[in-house]
Design a protein around this ligand. Structure first.
Ligand SMILES: *[C@@H]1O[C@H](CO)[C@@H](O)[C@H](O)[C@H]1NC(C)=O
Length: 227
């Protein structure tokens, strides 16, 4: 291989690794406030943006996070998400925020954010939190967990299964930053046992080493939507 060809290969590899690590696209403009009406919008970088001349401070604003979400549900928790859907000014900016309320012993059940790392701080109460690695080279999955008090910060790396459990006797509050304007959530129980149409009982009973009756039972449960 000539020196020139080697340089081309090295260049391509560098480019490939750049692409592999990229997340939200690099911005092409200061902001691209999401527009619902394409007729009144510009098309930039694959997304509709509101005409900058029509953008107002309200496009970058969302109030109401001082109010607790209603935790009167099966799991005893509630996520108030502020993503590009709730705050159009976040479009293309690669970041979002959530307030999470937990009733005493409330649980934010094991879930994944396919597109975001999450950094969480406890504002009130005590949370037992944890995440599990993807499959390690030798097999197995390592579990990292910690009890967090008010003011503590913990990070859940992108794409890994994680949870938060209120182990205190009082309601807890956390604020989470997420490294995507649209982090997405896959709640493990819902996705596996609550998918519609249902995943075949043969598949689930073999995968989880459970009797088919147990799978039927799990599939018949109510899997609360937890966005
Ligand atoms: C979360 O709280 C909001 C505001 O109180 C409420 O409208 C919503 O139904 C709650 N979600 C769940 C899953 O309980």
């Amino acid at each position: 291989m000539s020196a020139h060809n080697i340089l081309v290969v090295v260049g391509l590899l560098a480019f490939a690794s750049y692409v592999a690590y990229a997340t939200d696209p690099t911005q092409l403009q200061d902001f691209c406030v999401g527009a619902n009406d394409p007729n009144n919008a510009l098309f930039v970088n694959g997304l509709f943006c509101k005409n900058p001349m029509d953008v107002t401070p309200e496009d970058f604003f969302r109030g109401g996070l001082d109010k607790p979400g209603n935790t009167h549900n099966n799991l005893g928790f509630n996520v108030s998400l502020v993503s590009a859907t709730q705050l159009p000014g976040l479009n293309t900016l690669g970041i979002s925020l959530a307030r999470i309320d937990y009733a005493p012993y409330g649980l934010n059940p094991p879930h994944i954010h396919p597109r975001a790392t999450e950094i969480l701080t406890v504002i009130e109460g005590t949370l037992y939190v944890g995440f599990v690695t993807s499959n390690l080279p030798g097999g197995g999955n390592k579990f990292f967990a910690k009890v967090l008090d008010k003011g503590d910060v913990f990070v859940f790396p992108q794409g890994l299964i994680h949870f938060q459990f209120n182990v205190g006797k009082i309601p807890a509050i956390a604020i989470a930053g997420l490294s995507s304007q649209n982090p997405g959530t896959t709640t493990i129980g819902n996705a596996v046992f609550g998918a519609q149409p249902p995943i075949s009982i043969d598949v689930l009973s073999k995968a989880f080493q459970l009797d088919e009756k147990v799978i039927e039972y799990l599939q018949s449960q109510f899997w609360m939507s937890t966005n």
